[in-house]
Write a protein that binds this ligand. Structure first.
Ligand SMILES: C[S@@+](CC[C@H](N)C(=O)[O-])C[C@H]1O[C@@H](n2cnc3c(N)ncnc32)[C@H](O)[C@@H]1O
Length: 282
């Protein structure tokens, strides 16, 4: 395997394909890409049967019109949606559901026969996502409770502190890939359980300013157990690029080579993902 690392300069493509910018990486002879694109445009670029795993962390739609309670509207950050700038036109539950079903449908023919998708969510959007998965013909394999020991405390003291999120694991076809020996390696030689204790990465939080960054250890584990070696991973809500970073870590630190196509509609986040991975590769 070659050992060179190349980070190509970003290239502009024709606006009509919806891809505003492309960053390319070649690492150990493997090619990966980051695009600035709306999710449906990005999905169109994936060849048929090319995706082994989709790791997806969609906007949670926390500012839903229907689920806003008076307390939220009194809170300036919620009211102005400053902290959650992922909002598109789908501020209602049916719109969010329809939009999720649309990208799941578009993704399906691009998935390999034994592929799977991971979708991060909280109670804000979990119902809509589960329904969209089922209605578009995906089968739910399991749900992982990602338990976060160092989650923020709930200072108001009116409820328990939110300390977990859900990762839905689903497949588009009749079977899926599960790397059982690798899964056991994450649990002292016994099959992995579906609650994972993984801290938020507070250091990365200071360096890469994205409000919903996931810890690389979480994404790495999900990809490691569900993607065959040399598999191709996609993430079309890439944010700060954690999924690409996790693929690079598996390739370099775990000798488990993976390639990826990441994308985000936000130019700043696509550039951040590029910088973050470039910095890791050195
Ligand atoms: C929850 S964040 C993902 C965070 C990411 N997992 C990380 O670790 O940094 C969701 C991302 O989806 C992007 N996004 C929202 N709507 C989108 C759309 N329609 N198409 C593409 N990206 C979108 C946002 O810009 C945001 O960065």
């Amino acid at each position: 395997m070659e050992s060179e690392t190349e980070h190509n300069a970003p290239s502009q493509s024709t606006p009509k394909d919806g891809i505003h910018q492309t960053y390319a990486f070649t690492h150990q002879g493997l090619s990966s890409h980051i695009l600035q694109a709306e999710c449906l445009a990005a999905i169109q670029t994936y060849p048929k049967d090319s995706v082994h795993t989709a790791f997806l962390d969609p906007p949670y739609n926390t500012g839903l019109v229907e689920s806003k309670v008076p307390r939220y509207t009194q809170n300036k950050d919620f009211a102005e949606k400053k902290w959650d700038n992922f909002h598109a036109e789908w501020d209602t539950i049916p719109d969010y559901y329809r939009w999720s079903a649309e990208w799941l449908d578009a993704l399906r023919p691009r998935m390999q026969k034994r592929s799977s998708v991971w979708i991060c969510c909280t109670h804000h959007c979990q119902g809509e996502l589960l329904l969209a998965l089922k209605r578009t013909g995906y089968y739910i394999i399991t749900q992982v409770a990602w338990c976060i020991p160092n989650a923020f405390p709930h200072l108001a003291g009116t409820r328990m502190a939110h300390s977990h999120q859900t990762l839905i694991w689903a497949r588009p076809y009749a079977s899926h890939f599960y790397n059982y020996p690798v899964a056991k390696s994450y649990n002292d030689g016994k099959n992995l359980r579906d609650y994972w204790l993984i801290n938020n990465d507070t250091q990365a939080g200071k360096r890469w300013k994205h409000p919903s960054k996931k810890p690389p250890a979480l994404v790495r584990r999900a990809l490691h157990i569900s993607t065959p070696e040399q598999g191709h991973v996609v993430d079309f809500f890439a944010g700060s690029g954690t999924t690409g970073l996790a693929c690079e870590q598996l390739t370099r630190d775990y000798t488990y080579p993976l390639t990826y196509t990441l994308s985000d509609q936000n130019a700043e986040y696509a550039a951040m993902a590029h910088e973050r991975i470039k910095e890791y590769l050195g």
